[in-house]
Ligand binder design. Sequence first.
Ligand code: SAM
Length: 458
Amino acid sequence: MTGTAETDDFQAKSQSFLAWLQQHGTTISPKIELADLRQDGCGRGVLAVQDIEDDEELFSVPRTSILTIETSTLPAEINAQINDPWLGLITAMVLEHSKGEGSAWKAYFDVLPERFDTPMFWSEEELAWLRGSAVVDKIGRLSADKAFSERVIPIIRQHPEVFGIADRSDDDLFALCHRMGSTIMAYAFDLEKPSAEQSREEQDDGWEEDEEESESMSKGMIPFADMLNADGYLNNAKLYYEEDRVVMKSIKPIPAGGEIFNDYGSLPTGDVLRRYGYVTSNYSPYDVVEVSQQLIRDVAKEQLKLNDNLLEQRVHYLEEQGVLEDAYDVARPGNEDVETISEELCILVNALTMSQTDFDKLQTKEKLPKPVLATASAELLTFVLRKRQVAYATDDSSNAALAKTTSPHRWSMAYRVVEGERQVLIDVLETLKKLSQPTGEKRKADVDSGSMKKKQRG
Ligand SMILES: C[S@@+](CC[C@H](N)C(=O)[O-])C[C@H]1O[C@@H](n2cnc3c(N)ncnc32)[C@H](O)[C@@H]1O
């Protein structure tokens, strides 16, 4: 296809999509437009064509236009057979996509991507460029492969009259499942209930639920709302959930020509890459380094000469108290959203560095070490983080040479993730250096006056 034909196709798809939105009740402010941002490497995006004030309605989408398991034509009994919201939405999207012109969402599918640059689709060599980052273990390729081949494809095959794609090979269906899964990852929203209902529920039990724990939260594809790009610094719009529609509003003035940016969250660069397939330096303040409990135990054993029994006793006690984690995030100093060293991590290292007498006292009183880093703990953590530094991919020159012949774009994205995390370690080690040089009286990991079990959020 020539460049012009590609452009025409791109524009034609945008125009059909906009017409489809209008036919189905989406209203769009005349102050914004769907734009072609391919030259900036951003696909489509939404721009202001006139000055916009704070708290202006930018567009509204009726809930009936949101593609969910319920609004799709996926029969309820098939959804019940799948019995998983994530796989259910993938199956519903495979179905709607396969119906082509017969689907109510055809014009919407036409503007959704066919390919992704997320690590889910990277080769082993490319993934090696991310070595050291916890993002590699979060990709979940194997579990997705297993779920598609064992739980989705057999169901599609069992119902040829519904899906109408009996002639497609398993490989094709597999690729389609991955495509829809990745679309959900980068485009879907966690659909909240209307604000009034939410506040009623919050009042009922006084707790705000974790997104992942909430049963009432379901995922859905919101046409047009998902045409907004995001930027760690420049967020200027927010989606509001009303009874029968969702509304995007400005949250600050936006000058004509400015881009409308949604909020993808305070994500570390590695997670932006994993979920959305791009990186920008504007997410680097949120970068974190994951440190496993196992690494802390190994280093503690070596440095503090703790024997296995004592180590196990202390770790087991923290587990009983509900404050032990498998891994801890160490965050970039200065990140206002996350503590550089979490209270739980302080508690673990303080528990490991305290004397046996102090630990026995603590246990007798059923208390926890203070959630503030003691000097000896800062020293131990310094050893841990130095060891953690070694885990990162380091052979930059040979990586770069290989990348030139394979995928320079993926390599540079991986490089930025790894460099960002390495910098976090350098910054945190600098902070620890100050803590391990006590000026006055030596701070000591001691018994806290109150036991700290579960923190209430929200
Ligand atoms: C919710 S969609 C936004 C619309 C998308 N640009 C499109 O053309 O369909 C998310 C995708 O947009 C792209 N994207 C979003 N923000 C971006 C940014 N700041 N820089 C580059 N790409 C971005 C990424 O490809 C991401 O997976």
